[in-house]
Design a protein around this ligand. Structure first.
Ligand SMILES: NC(=O)c1ccc[n+]([C@@H]2O[C@H](COP(=O)([O-])OP(=O)(O)OC[C@H]3O[C@@H](n4cnc5c(N)ncnc54)[C@H](OP(=O)(O)O)[C@@H]3O)[C@@H](O)[C@H]2O)c1
Length: 372
């Protein structure tokens, strides 16, 4: 433990003072949830998309954070946080001889990364939180999937051979390595689509950005089609609260709490802009017949049919019981749009997902030419 209790109390008091703008409807200051003691947390990664939100929230809660990475990504972040340099491929030297209360492993998509770090840290770290993925499930045809739904069953021998079996299968093996080393001290979270400020993929961002541009907007498929994602800040805060509470086990990381339709998502995005926009819903088969790809050409959109019927209809009983809380969609949409507007003009003009304005106009013209 590197922070004394007095330091912790001072930090927490400062944090509460900094939160003085957070008031309940009666005007009372809302203080963070009580916690027992500061934790020392090692974040494997920490400087990409999801890691910085976790580091920031952990610091805000009075914890001590160390980050471990190669020193390549967003090196300007967290000048006052201890940074250990290394490489999960072949250099874990800087992790040796150190102790932490908990590790958050964000930076492993191949099982030998987890095997090496988890085996190295199992006697010097209390708990291991591994960031897995919904993509570990092998059958999305079932509605109401839980953490016990079938996963891929990859070949174990691939670990020794350092042979990749693809993202989902690799992550199944990563989970097993975390449990093998830490047993009932392991915590595995399987997020679905993670969205919000800082997301480099634009997979959710496309929608508030597109609504904000205005004009006639193509909306894909059935307005009632379900959609699921998680705001990166909800995920980050949940991670830290689970570490504070000593939570272990396996949890899906998805939201929102109440089922959300694609139309509700689009209209939620509309609530954060005054753009003059109109919506034209274009039939699922019309789009699929023309080679348009769900989740890519139309991010977040996965027609709920056949082997994808349950892709966006997970059962959330377990994460809710473990304290996962959701901020309103409008907050996610507003903050994502505002963050996007801080990016260089060239980056704003070039989204990483979604169809181009030209393609959208072409599809709308063809759709209307059929008399619809
Ligand atoms: N985005 C989603 O929708 C989604 C959904 C489900 C699960 N996930 C999971 O979320 C995690 C990715 O999140 P993120 O990238 O935003 O995490 P992050 O912790 O913010 O960033 C990744 C970090 O890994 C470090 N890193 C990369 N290769 C490394 C290596 N060989 N050795 C040491 N450090 C290395 C990077 O820094 P350096 O480059 O400086 O080394 C960076 O700090 C993955 O586990 C992914 O499977 C994401």
């Amino acid at each position: 433990m590197t922070t004394s209790r007095r330091d912790f109390l001072q930090t927490t008091a400062a944090g509460v003072a900094g939160l003085s703008m957070m008031r309940n409807p009666l005007g009372r200051v809302v203080t963070p949830q009580a916690q027992s003691a500061p934790l020392s947390i090692l974040v494997l990664g920490g400087t990409g998309f999801i890691g910085p939100h976790m580091v920031r929230y952990a610091l805000q809660r009075g914890h001590t954070v160390t980050i471990f990475n190669r020193g390549r990504t967003n090196t300007h972040l967290f000048p006052n946080v201890e940074r250990l340099i290394g490489d999960r491929e072949n250099d874990l030297e800087s992790l040796k001889g150190r102790t932490w209360d908990a590790v958050i492993d964000n930076s492993a998509s191949v099982p030998w990364f987890v095997r090496d770090t988890a085996q190295l840290l199992k006697d010097s770290v209390d708990r291991y939180l591994f960031t897995s993925t919904r993509s570990t499930y092998s059958d999305f045809s079932q509605v109401g999937m839980t953490e016990d739904s079938p996963q891929y069953d990859p070949e174990e021998s691939a670990i020794d051979e350092r042979r990749s079996q693809g993202y989902g299968r690799n992550k199944v093996l990563c989970e097993r390595e975390a449990r093998r080393a830490f047993g009932d001290r392991s915590l595995v979270v399987r997020p679905g689509l993670i969205v919000g400020p800082g997301d480099p993929t634009d997979r959710f961002s496309y929608w508030p950005i597109r609504v904000d541009k205005g004009g006639e907007m193509l909306c894909p498929g059935d307005p009632d089609n379900p959609v699921m994602f998680i705001d990166v800040r909800d995920l980050a805060e949940w991670y830290i609260h689970m570490l504070e509470n000593g939570t272990v086990g396996t949890y899906n990381g998805l939201g929102p709490e109440a089922p959300l339709s694609f139309a509700e998502m689009i209209y939620g995005c509309r609530a954060v802009t005054s753009a003059n926009v109109s919506f034209t819903w274009v039939d699922t088969d019309f789009l699929l017949d023309r080679g348009l790809r769900p989740y890519s050409d139309f991010p977040c959109w996965m027609p709920a049919r056949g082997d994808r019927a349950g892709f966006q209809r997970f059962d959330l009983t377990r994460p809710l019981a473990a304290g996962l809380k959701y901020r309103p969609l409008a907050v996610t949409a507003r903050d994502t749009l505002n963050w996007h507007k801080t990016l260089p003009a060239e980056r704003q003009a070039r989204l990483n997902r979604g169809i181009t304005a030209e393609k959208e106009a072409e599809l709308l013209a063809e759709w209307h030419s059929t008399g619809r």
